[in-house]
Design a protein around this ligand. Structure first.
Ligand SMILES: Nc1ncnc2c1ncn2[C@@H]1O[C@H](COP(=O)(O)OP(=O)(O)OP(=O)(O)O)[C@@H](O)[C@H]1O
Ligand SMILES: [Mg+2]
Length: 323
């Protein structure tokens, strides 16, 4: 059998896995454990040797022909995250490179689970919980939008739910949600400057305009948010296919069934249902105009829903549903 040499990238490095190991020292950090391998990078838990502070390190995957792309996007991610300090966005501490030129992003270490891990166990969230999750996501997204950044890769894997949230012992005043993964985010004025970006995204959460390579703005994030909102309430994606090619077509053409089809405790045509279905409009101009508009409609919709539940509770024995 002939042995093929690994290809070289423009940095001159062999394209091979560069996993850090437990006990490795990276700059001021000691690697404690490998946590996750994502599409673009590996995430590690580490500790700052002098400050004794626990952190997460994100290191680009260089064992792939996309190594250069991953490196550039990690730097862009670090720069985007540095522009936003918000309780619903993961905090970034530093960006540096090892002596052998392996870049790494240093973030706060989040204790909890990603929303997709939660949904694996609990596919339908209670309405007050779903609203709290989405509200905090929207607040984090509004902070990005204020800084001129669009996330464009909103999906349950990129939403961290802190430990203790969604269970009774959760402390009311604390944030439940931290948005992560700005790996494919864009700036307001950047229309596909990075041409490879047009190929990146998750079909199940991409807006029709991103799929069609039209300019995207904050309303693409409203579309992604609408999909997540629908999914955590209905227990299923609004467009019913698992095939990527069919999903891409469905995102552009298929109308999702009204949420009330799957969630009898959300009345048809209620303001909550209308808000979620408006986010899923194919044309950005038919969605809410901004995250702030979304947040104010959400508050209104929730108080209407609570009034309806309270009325039912006085009529039906057994009390309100889902509280
Ligand atoms: N700061 C953090 N603290 C704890 N865990 C984290 C942190 N950041 C990321 N993770 C974990 O690592 C996973 C992957 O992170 P991230 O989405 O940033 O990587 P990625 O390579 O860009 O992913 P992909 O491209 O596959 O979406 C997350 O879903 C989460 O489980
Ligand atoms: Mg991710």
């Amino acid at each position: 059998m002939s042995e093929t040499k690994p290809p070289k990238n423009p940095h001159g490095d062999a394209l091979q896995p560069r996993r850090l190991r437990e006990g490795d020292e990276v700059g001021n950090y000691l690697v404690l454990a490998h946590l996750f391998t994502g599409g673009m990078g590996d995430i590690y838990a580490a500790v700052h040797l002098q400050l004794n502070r626990h952190v997460a390190l994100k290191v680009p995957r260089v064992d792939t022909p996309a190594a250069d792309f991953n490196r550039r996007r990690l730097l862009a991610e670090a720069q985007f995250l540095s522009r936003v300090a918000h309780g619903n966005v993961v905090a970034v501490y530093d960006f540096a490179a090892t002596s052998d030129r392996l870049e790494y992003l240093v973030m706060e270490l989040l204790d909890g689970h990603s929303l997709d891990q939660i949904l694996d166990k609990t596919p339908h969230l209670q309405i007050p919980h779903a609203i709290r999750v989405v509200k905090e996501m929207a607040r984090g997204l509004a902070a990005f939008h204020r800084a001129g950044i669009f996330h464009v890769d909103l999906k349950p894997e990129n939403v961290m739910v802190v430990a203790g949230a969604l269970v009774n012992k959760a402390v009311e005043g604390e944030n439940w949600i931290k948005l992560i993964d700005l790996g494919t985010a864009r700036l307001t004025y950047e229309h596909n400057i990075d041409t490879e970006l047009t190929l990146v995204g998750t079909p199940a959460y991409m807006s029709p305009e991103a799929i069609q390579d039209r300019p995207v703005d904050g309303r693409a994030d409203l579309y992604g948010l609408g999909i997540v909102f629908y999914e955590i309430l209905a227990g299923r994606h609004p467009l019913h296919t698992t095939d990527d090619a069919e999903m891409i077509q469905a995102q552009v053409e298929q109308r999702p069934p009204p949420l009330s089809t799957f969630r009898p405790d959300i009345p048809a045509s209620s303001s909550l249902e209308r808000l979620i279905m408006d986010c899923l409009e194919k044309r950005p101009s038919k969605r809410p105009g901004s995250m702030l508009e979304f947040l104010s409609r959400l508050d209104q919709a929730y108080s209407e829903w609570r009034k309806q539940v309270a009325q039912c509770a006085t009529i039906m024995p057994g009390g309100p549903i889902g509280l």
